[in-house]
Design a protein around this ligand. Structure first.
Ligand SMILES: C[S@@+](CC[C@H](N)C(=O)[O-])C[C@H]1O[C@@H](n2cnc3c(N)ncnc32)[C@H](O)[C@@H]1O
Length: 214
């Protein structure tokens, strides 16, 4: 798929409400293991490819400043409507930026967002984001997102792993070796928890990694 068709794929998912990845409760690995990060409650959290994730509300309620980035305007308006949060839409860097309830969500392609918007965050919360990116784009994604983060920054990464001979993505399977290849040079990587899950009717694992930038 080209980048344009990748984007169209996701926009169509939202248009037809085919959003099986969306969860109505905060993710159990988030609520169980967030306290493993040695951070202050007020640190800024970036949520790439955020969809309309309730996890953003959980992070906000825990005291964090939260910025989401999402391609689909439908996802963002639904997030604010469903959670009864009033949002104002501002124009920033030629993108719509929704601001309300102490949350900021950019309606943008993550690859087009100015670095300056991304690098001011101390933590990245990646649930089902890297696994949604076409593997051909992974290096570019990591470069635009994580290269400029300062030493001591964290990434809370929840990925999916499954037998690639049985399924094709998205979501794309992400093994520890893939993470080593992408982040190993400049981040310490720890696998924290692994739980079984179903991925498109096939058994797989949901795996939590905590990464710290060196
Ligand atoms: C698998 S969903 C995960 C959503 C969310 N993280 C969650 O946990 O519910 C991936 C999301 O990424 C968005 N997306 C895909 N490619 C994107 C891109 N290049 N820039 C911004 N958002 C993108 C899709 O619209 C979709 O909402």
């Amino acid at each position: 798929m080209s980048i344009t068709t990748d984007n169209q794929f996701w926009l169509d998912k939202w248009k037809h409400n085919k959003i099986g990845f969306h969860e109505s409760e905060p993710h159990n690995l988030l609520t169980q293991f967030w306290s493993h990060l040695k951070i202050s409650n007020t640190s800024k959290v970036l949520v790439p490819l955020c969809g309309k994730s309730i996890d953003m509300l959980w992070l906000k309620r825990s005291g964090h400043e939260v910025t989401g980035v999402e391609l689909s305007g439908t996802a963002i308006s639904s997030f604010f409507e469903e959670n009864q949060i009033e949002a104002k839409i501002q124009q920033r860097d030629k993108n719509n930026c929704y601001v309300g309830g102490g949350l900021t969500i950019w309606e943008a392609d993550i690859f087009n967002l100015p670095n300056v918007e991304l690098e001011s965050h101390e933590i990245i919360y990646d649930r089902a984001a890297l696994v949604a990116i076409n593997p051909r784009q992974r290096h570019k994604y990591v470069k635009s997102l994580a290269d400029n983060m300062s030493s001591g920054s964290y990434m809370f990464l929840i990925g999916l792993e499954y037998d690639k001979s049985l399924l094709s993505g998205p979501p794309f399977s992400l093994a520890k070796d893939d993470i080593e290849l992408l982040y190993g040079g400049s981040w310490n990587i720890k696998e924290i928890e692994r739980q079984t899950t179903m991925v498109k009717d096939q058994p797989g694992f949901e795996v939590l990694y905590i990464l710290e930038k060196v």
